[in-house]
Write a protein that binds this ligand. Structure first.
Ligand SMILES: Nc1ncnc2c1ncn2[C@@H]1O[C@H](COP(=O)(O)OP(=O)(O)OP(=O)(O)O)[C@@H](O)[C@H]1O
Ligand SMILES: [Mg+2]
Length: 193
């Protein structure tokens, strides 16, 4: 299964969710290949830092491949996206960002739209965000393609340290319990859907 992280916006959590998902799958006993197609190499750096400490996240040729990409429109149709079983698109549900996200989705062909899973990130659970998400949900319902899943709250103490090197799987470290529950709900819905 090829799972690609993309979208038209930068800094929305693609690399964070790529590593979290890879760690989740590894914790579940699956081998995962992590490919970092972003020149910034954020997720590759994390994989390397863990390897230096003796913990291997990525295994070549594994049944699951997680691809982190750069968040530019140029990359949105690159080869990984075209081949992906799941196209994961993190975004921040602000009104301005949503316009970009919806525009990007509508620019995809129908076949690609079918694989898209939108992941709201840095949720603050405000009315503005709820309204934005309802708007996106309405667009997806109208298209009859694409999914919107539960997403991740804004947790500055929890998610940035995901990129740090570690000696063991992230889910075996002391992880904030409500964050862990949120991640379980997110990844189960992504993979089951
Ligand atoms: N839910 C969250 N709560 C708090 N901080 C977050 C959350 N998600 C991501 N971040 C932080 O936001 C920053 C951007 O995240 P990340 O690097 O994953 O985004 P990206 O989409 O890969 O960015 P780029 O476009 O530069 O590749 C990072 O510092 C990350 O730790
Ligand atoms: Mg990134």
């Amino acid at each position: 299964m090829l799972i690609a992280l993309t979208g038209d916006k930068g800094g929305v959590g693609k690399s964070t969710i790529a590593i979290l998902l890879a760690e989740w799958l590894v914790m579940k006993g699956h081998a995962v290949t992590v490919i970092d197609a972003d020149p910034n190499q954020t997720s590759q750096t994390c994989v390397d830092k863990c390897k230096e400490q003796g913990y291997q996240i990525s295994t070549p040729g594994a049944p699951y491949t997680v691809v982190d990409t750069a968040g530019t429109s140029g990359s949105s149709l690159q080869k990984y996206i075209r081949q992906a079983d799941l196209i994961l698109v993190p975004f921040q549900p602000h009104v301005a960002d949503l316009e970009t996200v919806v525009g990007w989705f509508l620019s995809l062909n129908e076949n690609l739209q079918r694989h898209v899973v939108f992941i709201p990130n840095r949720l603050a659970h405000t009315k503005e965000q709820r309204d934005g998400l309802a708007e996106l949900q309405a667009v997806l319902a109208e298209q009859g393609r694409g999914r919107l899943v539960s997403g991740l709250s804004n947790r500055p103490a929890v998610y940035p340290p995901v990129f740090n090197g570690r000696k063991e799987n992230l889910f075996r470290t002391k992880l904030d319990q409500s964050a862990e529950a949120e991640l379980r709900q997110l990844f189960e819905s992504i993979l089951e859907g």
